[in-house]
Design a protein around this ligand. Structure first.
Ligand code: FES
Length: 103
């Protein structure tokens, strides 16, 4: 993950999937790595429960489910060059909103 935007060319009418989990090797686009991240988080909760470090596994699983990582899928409305967020902190994802300048 880089802490700066990615300047990319988008084609009108084409769908894109912006990586939210930050582990894709095809940044800023999704390569399916979020599945590995989600599975790793679930396994972590299960393992902590197995050794009795979590008393309320249902609540822990709900928290993990709420934090599931999924790509942001969007369609380019026109041919354009845009800055897609690389820091994963933009509240206007998939687009850079300048938040990276504050970190
Ligand atoms: S790269 Fe600019 S807000 Fe994330």
């Amino acid at each position: 993950m880089k802490k700066e935007p990615y300047l990319v060319k988008l084609e009108k009418g084409k769908n894109y999937a912006w990586c939210e989990c930050a582990e894709s090797n095809s940044q800023p686009f999704c390569d399916g790595s979020h599945n590995k991240v989600n599975k790793r988080n679930k396994n972590l909760i299960d393992n902590l429960a197995d050794i009795n470090l979590i008393s309320d596994i249902n609540n822990a699983q709900k928290i993990i489910a709420d934090k599931r990582k999924e790509p942001v899928v969007f369609e380019a409305k026109e041919d354009m060059e845009v800055n897609l967020c690389g820091c994963k902190e933009s509240n206007n994802a998939p687009y850079c909103n300048g938040t990276h300048l504050n970190s």
